[in-house]
Design a binder for this molecule. Sequence first.
Ligand code: GDP
Ligand code: MG
Length: 177
Amino acid sequence: YGEFNQRIDYVFKVVLIGDSAVGKSQLLARFARNEFSVDSKATIGVEFQTRTLNIDDKTIKAQIWDTAGQERYRAVTSAYYRGAVGAMLVYDITKRQTFDHVARWLDELRGHADRNIVIMLIGNKSDLGSLRAVPIEDAKEFAQRENLFFMETSALEATNVEGAFVTVLTEIYQITS
Ligand code: GDP
Ligand code: MG
């Protein structure tokens, strides 16, 4: 992961959004530190975590912002979105309501963020397939219609988490460079 004394070519701010308890903080923990905790509490005080990675011979520092529980009160502020070049819009594949709210999150995001922001729709908790409440086709259709990237992930099993972040960061890099 991040190395000491490394030359950084780009810093990209990416925000995590979506309903409470869909797994945003665990996706971040998995991507930034390769960790997962079953009993995750709302992160207090920590605004973002970083991970440095290489894309196309460039050193990219990804600065990933987490809502730290503010989504419960719909209090995600415009400061949160400011300067973001990427967004991970997360729902829980076992909770239909969290998918039904995705359109609302997208409106909020598009109202606050840069118009070129790269957005990945994420259906998290793919390890809980037997409890699935959101058909993958519904999400694919929505993503296609709204011009979003889409992946199902499991922060628990580390499925597609790397892929989702790297896809967004690579797209941002290609737009930026
Ligand atoms: P947040 O409120 O969106 O930040 O959600 P958290 O990351 O705090 O996760 C909410 C709950 O879902 C916690 O109990 C996590 O352990 C659990 N969780 C998160 N990701 C996954 C996953 O991929 N699979 C399963 N089975 N549980 C998950
Ligand atoms: Mg959280």
